[in-house]
Design a binder for this molecule. Structure first.
Ligand code: ADP
Ligand code: G3P
Length: 497
């Protein structure tokens, strides 16, 4: 038997999963690492902790699987995206903590770039909006604030990378400085039309080209893991940002196929084929995982507070001891009793893009109980996701395609049947939960397998994908439309202040 090893470097933990070549999980290991909050709105990670935790989980997963590195056909990397690192090419030492995607410190710089009128250029070349979320302004901040960094960058002494590049650098002991298109697309420095670094944007952001990694398709022979790390050399065959890896692991290979990941937040991506499509409905465009020289694109929308609303009920309101208890509590009432919960704790993401909005629970009466609030909280995850799907379907139709006809789901909160059923009811299309919900890591493993010749092509992978359960819509469409209208009213209330 032969195996694939996926390294899944996430925002709050590093995980490694050993898969067999049919895509079944054989063993998994996970370690959390420190979140560093130096100031309000700032979020950092220690780059060495990222590496140490990732390496430890890779060793642990192999040990749990009871296999030697020599039995691993290829290794794939998937990662939290946009998080920005800068290190010394000679010593490999990071110059600063990694600046995490959630970090808002570069908002003033983004405001300046918007005022300079760069928005249309950024949108046309990168598919993105100007926002601190993306790596470009974070890198500029590092060059401006770490003493000596700019001069050293100009002399070619430093390397920039997102987390994937950092892991590849460490795994290959500094021999490879590379990234894949799906990660490069999140930097705001990459022209997704030509798949090259965008010289004009690099100039506008004062980023020397000498810093940047080489960019390759997501399935690609990136190099060999040095034997001393895992006991034998392993080929690195694939890299993709975690959301694009999940789209790939869900076998959404064709235009119009969509997935939603229900984690802390929710990330919905719809493949748009070989066509870069610009949203008219508040979504961003991005590179999808690319298996060969042909570009592939997706539309993306994110919900900032998804499963996190359940954590808030658990830890903030002490409504129940474990996240899994939310379903029983919510099911103890037949409906939310008119309660609507808008969990805009950190503003609202796509398609609303309202940074000032704050959370609201409306429609409370003397008869409202914690069960109604819990039910409304779960429903809020589905309402926000439905707003994204409506935007995607509208964009697909505007581009001459069909509306999205089914939604594939994954992430920690997709185990909640009540939530999934309500999601299907709102959307009016089937919601498909696959047998393997570790789709992010699976996507990376598949890419690694493709990059090293383990798989023949996408059809073979599509054949592996299996549903565990399909949630069919049962709610009348008029009733669903009324519920969405009530949600939109609640959003207006939360954003009115
Ligand atoms: N049964 C459940 N119902 C609803 N939400 C859940 C349930 N179990 C876990 N969650 C939520 O799922 C999230 C964790 O999912 P996960 O995919 O591990 O997130 P992330 O990758 O963002 O850390 C948490 O926010 C948690 O509250
Ligand atoms: O690590 P996650 O799952 O929180 O994902 C982070 C996203 O890639 C940010 O864009």
């Amino acid at each position: 038997m032969s195996y694939l090893l996926a390294l899944d470097q996430g925002t709050s933990s590093s995980r490694s999963i050993v898969f067999d070549t049919r895509g079944h999980v054989v063993a998994m290991a996970q370690r959390e690492f420190r979140q560093i909050y130096p100031q309000p709105g700032w979020v950092e990670h220690d780059a060495e902790e990222i590496w140490a935790s990732q390496l430890a989980t890779a060793r642990e997963a192999l040990a749990k699987a009871g296999i030697a590195a020599g039995e691993v056909l290829a290794l794939g990397i998937t990662n939290q995206r946009e998080t920005t690192l800068l290190w010394d090419r000679r010593t490999g030492a990071p110059l600063h903590h990694a600046i995490v995607w959630q970090d808002r410190r570069t908002e003033p710089l983004c405001a300046e770039l918007r005022a300079q009128g760069l928005t249309p250029l950024v949108s046309a070349h990168t598919g993105l909006v100007i926002d601190p979320y993306f790596s470009g302004t974070k890198l500029r901040w590092l060059l401006d604030h770490v003493p000596g960094a700019r001069a050293r960058a100009e002399r070619g002494e430093l390397a920039f990378g997102t987390v994937d590049s950092w892991l590849v650098w460490k795994l290959t002991q500094g021999r490879v400085h590379a990234t894949d298109v799906s990660n490069a697309a999140r930097t705001m420095l990459f022209d997704v039309r030509s798949n090259q670094w965008d010289q004009g944007l690099c100039e506008a952001l004062e980023v020397p080209l000498a810093l940047l990694p080489d960019v390759f398709p997501s399935a690609h022979p990136y190099g060999q893991v040095a034997a001393e790390h895992l006991g034998a050399a392993i080929a690195i065959g694939g890299i993709a940002g975690d959301q694009q890896a999940a789209l790939f692991g869900q076998a959404c290979f064709k235009a119009g196929m969509a997935k939603n990941t229900y984690g802390t937040g929710c990330f919905m991506l719809m493949h748009t084929g070989g066509q870069l499509q610009h949203s008219r409905n508040g979504l961003i465009s991005t590179a999808a995982a690319q298996v060969d020289a042909q570009p592939a694109y997706a539309l993306e929308g994110s919900v900032f507070i998804g499963g996190a609303v359940v954590q808030w009920l658990r830890d903030g309101l002490h409504a129940f001891p474990a996240s899994g208890d939310v379903q029983a509590l919510a099911e103890s009432v037949p409906d939310a009793g008119g309660v609507m919960f808008v969990p805009a704790f950190t503003g609202l993401g796509a398609p609303y893009w309202n940074a000032e909005a704050r959370g609201a629970i409306v429609g409370l009466t003397r008869g409202s109980s914690m069960a109604h609030i819990a039910r409304a909280a779960l429903e809020s995850i589905a309402f926000q996701s439905a707003a994204l799907l409506q935007a995607m379907s509208a964009d697909a139709v505007a581009a001459g395609g069909a509306p999205v006809s089914e939604l594939r789901v994954d992430g920690g909160a997709c185990v909640n049947d009540l939530l999934m059923q309500f999601q299907a009811d709102l959307l009016g299309i089937p919601v498909l939960r696959p047998k393997v919900i570790e789709t992010t890591a699976l996507g990376a493993a598949y890419l690694a397998g493709l990059g090293t010749g383990v798989y023949q092509g996408l059809e073979e992978l599509a054949g592996h994908w299996q549903t565990e359960r399909v949630f069919h819509p049962t709610l009348a469409r008029e009733r669903a439309a009324e519920r969405m209208a009530a949600w939109e009213r609640a959003v207006r209330q939360a954003t009115a202040a």
